[in-house]
Ligand binder design. Structure first.
Ligand SMILES: NC(=O)c1ccc[n+]([C@@H]2O[C@H](COP(=O)([O-])OP(=O)(O)OC[C@H]3O[C@@H](n4cnc5c(N)ncnc54)[C@H](O)[C@@H]3O)[C@@H](O)[C@H]2O)c1
Length: 396
């Protein structure tokens, strides 16, 4: 059983609490820290938490607490992590780990130096659909992954600090790109090194300093390409989709909108439909069990099991650092309008992987380009002569 200190009583703090104390969970939140006393008190009442405080260190150092869960604005993650190191408390942090790679690297090095358990709460790689899709990719069901795309787009976050570049560290790239980077990387292979990033970002609608819309490509050493599409100005709810293309197959995942559950309502009796839903009338797309479908249950199970068994969870602070490095390169590219190198000062995967060959052997003289059965019943092969380079058709 874990006894949790929850830092932050806002949007994600409450989602986490619903997951941690939902169903028949044995894990309990024993302390809640919030900036405002009334919020801490309200959270304590709602979730039956015995201790509440407006002092972060008091919550972390509470002797009852076995693990600290950071659910604070981005500018407060580092301070919270450093206090966990000081008090040698296991720590799990929400995304993004930090506002930039330098901050993330300091946090990673600090937890490793302190020797404390660290987990990165990237929930979307734990969604049941994503977990299953990753397993299929690992089993070889779609062959060699060539392209992985992840899209997170919605009408924008709900609290003031997200819209302030100083507190948030950036706009939708930092807020949503971190999810997409880790999702696409999980399909391509977490041990494959990213090489460079090309990004377009703009502020198309909102009166803010940071970007409200961005698209980026991340090139990997083995020739695979990742793509993210993120937006704070998408209308119509929360669009959370993935597409993976491999040499032997394709995967399409739709996590949130239009998942097979559709409902019509005049709006009577329906207040909340799903996260970021923009309407409660007309044809609606509710989500069966948001807490589960967004991955929170599987994520906390992995975190706590790993902690108890003395091993690393699927997502650690290293993965959070990785995402910040990619996002730094994306911001650089959006400004320079060029491919920018990925500056991973700490790399823990394979090195020197080269691009996989595009030549499929057919026989000693030919490479195979394509084979198909036509609508008139012929089996046709397209072949390339190894010596001359000539492309021919062969009917078998
Ligand atoms: N899917 C996800 O994993 C997911 C979703 C939403 C948010 N988040 C992350 O969770 C973190 C918190 O986001 P949120 O949506 O819960 O924000 P929020 O504004 O709803 O809540 C933040 C909470 O932090 C506390 N706080 C302490 N000092 C504060 C300060 N100076 N200013 C504001 N709040 C202060 C308060 O208790 C407040 O309720 C962010 O890092 C965000 O990126 C993750």
């Amino acid at each position: 059983m874990q006894k949790i200190a929850m830092l932050g009583s806002g949007f994600i703090g409450r989602f986490y609490a619903d997951s941690l104390q939902g169903q028949r969970s044995k894990d309990k939140i024993v302390s809640i820290y919030s900036r405002k006393e009334e919020s801490a008190k309200k959270f304590a009442g709602d979730y039956n938490v015995p201790h509440f405080t407006t002092n972060m260190e008091e919550s972390i150092s509470n002797p009852e607490v076995t693990i600290v869960c950071i659910a604070l604005p981005n500018n407060l993650h580092e301070e919270a992590v450093m206090l966990c190191c000081k008090h040698k408390k296991a720590v799990i942090s929400t995304k993004p780990l930090a506002r930039n790679a330098a901050e993330a690297k300091r946090m990673l090095e600090a937890v490793e130096k302190a020797g404390i358990f660290n987990g990165y709460l990237e929930d979307l790689v734990y969604s049941p659909k994503c977990l299953k899709a990753i397993k299929e990719v690992e089993n070889g069901a779609i062959g060699r992954v060539l392209w992985a795309k992840s899209r997170e787009a919605h009408p924008g976050p709900h609290s003031d600090w997200f819209w302030n570049k100083e507190y948030a560290g950036g706009g939708c790239i930092l807020d949503l790109g971190c999810h997409c980077i880790e999702i696409t990387r999980s399909y391509i292979g977490k041990d494959i090194k990213p090489v460079e990033v090309m990004c377009w970002a703009d502020t198309q609608v909102k009166p803010i300093e940071a970007e409200d819309h961005a698209i980026a490509l991340i090139k990997y050493e083995n020739g695979a390409i990742a793509q993210f599409e993120v937006s704070w100005i998408f209308r119509g709810g929360m669009d959370l989709r993935e597409e993976v293309m491999g040499t032997e197959g394709t995967i399409w995942v739709n996590n949130f909108l239009r998942t097979g559950f559709e409902m019509f309502s005049t709006g009577k009796g329906t207040a909340y439909v799903a996260e970021k839903a923009e309407s409660n009338a007309g044809w609606l797309f509710p989500v069966g069990d948001e807490v589960n479908d967004l991955g929170y249950n599987h994520m906390f199970t992995d975190m706590f099991r790993s902690f108890e068994e003395g091993r690393q969870p699927r997502e650690t602070f290293y993965d959070g650092y990785f995402c910040n490095v990619i996002m730094d390169a994306a911001y650089k590219s959006a400004a320079s309008k060029k491919w920018e190198p990925v500056n991973l000062e700490i790399w823990r995967g394979k090195t020197g992987v080269s691009k996989v060959s595009n030549l499929t052997e057919y026989d000693k003289d030919h490479y195979l380009v394509k084979e198909e059965v036509t609508h008139y019943g012929e089996k046709k092969l397209i072949l390339k002569n190894k010596q001359t380079g000539k492309i021919i058709e062969k009917v078998v």
